[in-house]
Design a protein around this ligand. Sequence first.
Ligand code: PGA
Length: 255
Amino acid sequence: MRDLIIAGNWKMNKTFSETEEFLLELTKRTDDKQLNDVKIIICPPSLYFEICSDFTQDREISIGAQNVSEHEFGAYTGEISAPMLSSMDLDNCIVGHSERRKYFAESDKIVNSKIKSLLEYDIDPIVCIGESLSQREKGITKDVIQQQLSGAFKDIDLNSNIIIAYEPIWAIGTGKTASSKQAQEIHKFIRNWIKKEYSNKIAEKVHILYGGSMKPHNIEELIKQPDIDGGLIGGASLVTEKFNKMIDVAISMRK
Ligand code: PGA
């Protein structure tokens, strides 16, 4: 059985002192928990990697970046590269988030280069894919997903450490969650694509997370689905009580 992953994507939120306060609260709450195969990942703004690592180094909490450059070093003002993330001992990095695709023109080709760069430095990518509302209404959700998968993983030897996050764009930050049935249908489609393109064995190992208004009240129904292996959580991951509650739900389902 795959373990469950509860990942928080903070996006561009929290000051330094708010970060410190959050970490203090969260670790106080998680320190005496038996995580039972539940993996926690926090993806803060890159300025806070060091303080996050200080808090999490002897704990079972991983730190991830929200973005990485496709280049290794050089004159790319403002960018951070995979060797830099690796030198900070980061475990994961989000790529292809719909906000980056929309506001920073991150194409499938760029996503593909970023994944390759991360894998070279042993950082596990969290690859986001998902359709817009108009694509869903046109009935082309699966075509869009298939195209994103083929583009993102072109010439990549998909291994079990890659995490895929299905995030329907219409559900991100809107309070409109995909129903568990809608989400499961796409998660199963993604797993079948991996089976077809790679192997059954890899497909059974890859984690496919759901993202898009996942909250304490709907997480159970979603992660109960056979192909949903946890969540990539935005808004609700910023509030300790909510994030902690979601971790508790995941633990209770793994007991
Ligand atoms: P949300 O964001 O939980 O606030 O909808 C999810 C995400 O964008 O990763």
